[in-house]
Design a protein around this ligand. Sequence first.
Ligand code: BTN
Length: 246
Amino acid sequence: FGKKITFKPSVKSTQEIAHQLAREGAAEGTIVLADEQTGGRGRLGRAWQSPSGTGIWMSLIMRPNIPLQKAPQLTLLIAVAVSKAIEKVTGIEAAIKWPNDLLINGKKVSGILTELQAEADSIHSVIVGIGMNVNQERKHFSEEIIDIATSLAIEGNQPYKRAAIIGEVLSEIEKLYHSYLEDGFKVIKLLWEARAFSLGKRITARSISGSITGYAQGITDEGVLLLEDDNGVIHSIYSADIEFPS
Ligand code: BTN
C-alpha cells in the first residue's frame, strides 16, 4: 500500500479522485492524499471539515476478491489499523465506535468512509477514505463540531508529524489486510472488539428507515452490528448513526 501516492495540495475530495483512478484501472494500494479538501465528504451525506496543514485526508483503493456482503469487514479492518497506528505514534488509545469512528475521550478524532464500485454481486473496487484530525487546535473546529471533535495534538498536548502517522497507518493496513486475505476476518474481529466503544452499551441506531434503541450485543462475522431491543428482538444493523441515549 502506498507504492503509488498521488499528492495534491488542494482538492474537493480525495474520494472523487480515487473513484476516477479506480475506474481507470489503478492498482490496489493506490493512494490519493491531499493537504486540504474544499468539499470533504463524511458518512451519511455529511460534510467533513478538512482544513489545510492540519489533518490527514486520504483515499485508498482496495480490490479484494470477496463477496459484496463482506465489504463491511474492510471498514472494520481499517478502523483497527488506524486505531493501532494512533496508539503506536502517540501512545493514546483510540476506541472504535461502530462502525468506524475513532474516539479519544469520547470525541471523534478520525472517521472512515467506505464506498464501493461493484457490478452485480462482485466488488470492482473499494474506495476507503480516511480522515484524521492531527494538528488542529480547538479554534480550527467550527462551533457545530467543537464539542464532539478532537485532534491528536489536543489530546496529546503536542503536534505530530503527519508523514509518520501516514506511514504507520499504511503499514498497519497492509499487515491486517494480509492476515485478512490469508486467515479471514477472525483476527480482525477480535482486535476490533477489544477496541470497541459501543459494545455492551445502550445505544440508539438511527437511519433513514427509523431508529432502534437497545443494547449493542456484538458484531457478526460479516461485520454487521447486532442490537437487542427492549423486547429481546435482535436487529442486524448494516448502516446507521449510533447515539448514546441519556
Ligand atoms: C465520517 O466519519 O463521516 C467519514 C469521514 C471520512 C473523511 C475522509 S477525508 C479523506 C476522504 N475524502 C473525503 O471526502 N472523505 C474522506
